[in-house]
Design a protein around this ligand. Structure first.
Ligand code: SF4
Ligand code: SF4
Length: 282
């Protein structure tokens, strides 16, 4: 079963929830940190990272000895990653703009587009007890997160419980992270900004046809707008977590709440059961 933990914006407690769910469950868990621009699951988990591998994107390199400057590669590229200059018999490539769609490789009639590489980042695998951690780390300056996220998703083994810590927001990296999940757990807070971003996140999950449920963090520090929204949209409110000073202090010490506060473990187990029930009924 694949459960994605997502939120329309950062700072809602999404990663905390993902880590605590993974720790609380009495079964093997694969925990995927798909927030590749800023992976922080391991700040809490402290896994032993055993393997690191570089992830490359395939980008075009032009063999000017074969190239006739016909311009077809430039024409097909939707991302302006190629510029053909027939006057000087040069084809400029801009690897940072390339989305590795393969179009230019396919259309070149001369076989002059050769595969080159651009470093996207690293894929890391580790473990902590029954938890297998898989995380991506985007190279500083690299803008294309989805291919690395696909590698993180693809590195998990089928079967068992897979928890995905999705990036915040609703853009392409989030969609890539959520795709094919069995359930999306949306973490929010009861504020106007929280509701606005929740609505966007619900829209993204619905476009993918995925069942959703809501977890409200700091539920006693805002108003009733999330509850009203959830009722109106028919989205289950899975869990409301009030602010707790004891939990905030444990969090600040870098402790995992489900390990040090029994009520947090119980909460997470209840949440997991609720997700299982919803996912199998939807
Ligand atoms: S499609 Fe091939 S031959 Fe035509 S300009 Fe591009 S690289 Fe050169
Ligand atoms: S692989 Fe696709 S995105 Fe990259 S340069 Fe070729 S056509 Fe453009």
């Amino acid at each position: 079963m694949i459960v994605a933990i997502a939120s329309g914006k950062g700072g809602t407690g999404k990663t905390t929830l993902a880590v605590n769910l993974a720790v609380a469950l009495d079964e093997p868990v694969q925990l995927l940190d798909c927030d590749v621009e800023e992976p922080n699951v391991d700040l809490f988990l402290h896994a032993t990272v055993m393997e690191r591998e570089e992830v490359q994107a395939e980008v075009p390199e032009i063999d000017l000895n074969r190239c006739t400057c016909c311009g077809q590669c430039q024409d097909i590229c939707q991302f302006n990653a190629l510029a053909v200059l027939p006057e000087t018999h040069v084809v400029l490539t801009f690897p940072e703009l390339c989305h590795s769609c393969g179009g230019c490789f396919d259309v070149c009639p001369e076989g002059a587009v050769l595969p080159g590489k651009r470093l996207l980042g690293t894929l890391e695998r580790g473990h902590r007890g029954k938890i297998r951690l898989i995380q991506g780390r985007l190279r500083v300056g690299e803008a294309m997160a989805p291919p690395l996220i696909r590698r993180v998703r693809g590195a998990s083994s089928p079967g068992g419980m897979v928890l995905i810590d999705a990036p915040p927001g609703t853009s392409c990296p989030v969609i890539t992270s959520l795709r094919d999940a069995d359930f999306v757990c949306l973490v929010t807070e009861p504020t106007p900004f929280g509701l606005n971003d929740l609505e966007l996140a619900v829209g993204a999950a619905r476009k993918l046809g995925l069942p959703t449920g809501i977890v409200v963090n700091r539920s006693d520090m805002g108003d009733d707008r999330i509850r009203s929204y959830a009722e109106g949209e028919g989205i289950p409110l899975l869990l409301e977590i009030p602010f707790e000073r004891e939990a905030a202090e444990a969090y600040a010490r870098g402790e995992i709440l489900a390990e040090v506060l029994p009520r947090w473990k119980d909460r997470m187990l209840d949440l997991a059961q609720s997700i299982r029930n919803r996912a199998t009924n939807d």
